[in-house]
Design a protein around this ligand. Structure first.
Ligand SMILES: Cc1cc2nc3c(=O)[nH]c(=O)nc-3n(C[C@H](O)[C@H](O)[C@H](O)COP(=O)(O)O)c2cc1C
Length: 405
């Protein structure tokens, strides 16, 4: 599936906030992602940023006035509204939010908003005191109640120089929110996909752990790709270093035992489980209750850690859940992967030679072979981890359709 933004008509409404300058970056990011962006500016917004900026970035006409007889777009505002796949108002002032809540239509943005039937995302930006005002809160509630998504505002330093909640979310975050809103009717709509990510950590003592080099990037990419196809996604993650993908339910874990209970819990209602996490095979047999010290152990050259096997919970996952595993190998890749596929009753295994350049840990790319229990094998070129996730999900979609036949 392509990025949900590709070819989509997005209306970007910009209002009179100091954060309007960030809307230019937003328009640029959306255009670069393949969306057709129609920008509507309120009159106040034009005091902060010029229509020319948006026209140059989107290569499309920008509408600022409802009664501009020379602008076909203004007259066509209802047509713009009808063809829209989403309306994103960023930044949204207190004034425009109040107008939207009341259904006022005295400028091109609020008039168009009334005719939009597609998802609406409102990204407030204002002084913290304004945001906390009961009227503004009530207006936000009204919009939420009507099905709009209120994205933010975030906390931080405001234009006034004060700290507080009122900042417009960053353009990159808003792009993610938009992807999520647009993805709702994808080919995984109504499916629940559980994804694991990262390397589990097993304690040695209160300050040390045994872990592995998994960064979690592959699992996060699968979770994002599943979200972008409309799935309800639960991400069970053993890493906390990556930004939380919007619209994905996160469950943070540390040890294999934590991961087992989180996965089994989520799988009670899942259609598929993608185990991209690197789960420890062994853990210290005894966890020291105090930090193991060098002082007092000068006579010995080192210490030995007795390790015991961890529980492999893959086979405890309910039968009806499609199981997809990963085989990160350094030798005999395909042979090892086929053995794992059969021994763990997987539907698919993603074989991954972690010694290859551009593959494996930390990097944003991966080169994998997807092997199915049905005998179908796809040897893929070097792709981004998101693209690899998408290829896995192509197979998942087909297998789920067969399962339900
Ligand atoms: C310098 C400056 C910055 C402003 N920033 C904000 C803001 O961040 N949020 C807000 O709600 N209003 C802000 N305002 C007030 C709005 O511009 C004003 O309420 C205006 O009527 C909004 O019109 P619009 O909603 O049609 O764009 C600001 C005004 C000025 C002069």
């Amino acid at each position: 599936m392509p990025d949900p933004l590709v070819g989509k008509h997005v209306i970007l409404g910009v209002t009179g906030s100091i954060a309007a300058y960030k809307a230019a970056d937003l328009a640029s990011k959306l255009t670069q992602a393949g969306a057709q962006v129609d920008v509507l500016l309120t009159e106040s917004a034009t005091k902060f940023v010029s229509p020319l900026t948006f026209r140059s970035l989107t290569h499309r006409a920008v509408v600022t006035e409802l009664f501009d007889a020379d602008s076909p777009e203004a007259i066509e505002h209802v047509a713009i509204a009808r063809r829209a796949d989403a309306l994103l108002i960023a930044p949204a002032t207190a004034n425009t939010m109040a107008k939207l809540a009341l259904g006022l239509a005295d400028d091109v943005l609020t008039t168009t908003a009334l005719a939009v039937t597609a998802p609406v995302i409102v990204a407030p930006a204002m002084d913290a005191g304004m945001w906390e005002h009961p009227t503004v809160q009530q207006n936000a509630e009204t919009l939420l109640g009507r099905g709009a998504h209120i994205s933010g505002p975030g906390a931080g330093r405001l234009a006034s120089g004060l700290m507080g909640r009122g900042r417009m979310l960053e353009p990159a975050e808003l792009v993610e929110h938009l992807r999520w809103a647009l993805a709702q009717s994808g080919d995984l709509e109504g499916r629940h996909v559980v994804v694991t990510a990262g390397g589990t950590q097993e304690p040695i003592d209160p300050v040390r752990v045994v872990t592995n080099r998994s960064s979690g990037k592959m699992g996060y990419a699968v979770a994002q790709a599943a979200r972008d196809r409309g799935a309800h996604v639960t991400l069970v993650t053993a890493t906390s270093n990556l930004p939380t993908p919007y619209g994905v339910k996160i469950n943070r874990v540390t040890t294999v035992a934590d991961m087992r209970s989180a996965v089994l819990d989520a799988c009670a209602s899942a259609d598929a489980l993608v185990m991209a996490a690197a789960v420890s095979d062994y853990r210290p047999a005894n966890v020291a209750s105090q930090k193991i010290k060098k002082v007092g152990n000068e006579a010995s050259d080192g210490i030995s850690l007795a390790m015991e096997k961890t529980n492999d919970f893959f086979l405890e996952v309910p039968e009806g859940v499609l199981r997809i595993g990963f085989a990160a190998e350094t030798e005999d890749l395909i042979e090892n992967a086929r053995y794992k596929l059969a021994s763990k009753s997987m539907a698919l295994i993603v074989a991954n030679d972690v010694t290859k350049e551009g593959s494996g840990f930390e990097v944003d790319t991966n080169q994998v072979t997807i092997i199915g229990a049905d005998g179908v094998t796809n040897e893929l070129p070097l792709l981004t981890k998101y693209e690899v996730g998408d290829k896995i999900l192509d197979r998942v979609v087909t297998l789920l359709a067969k399962r339900d036949d």
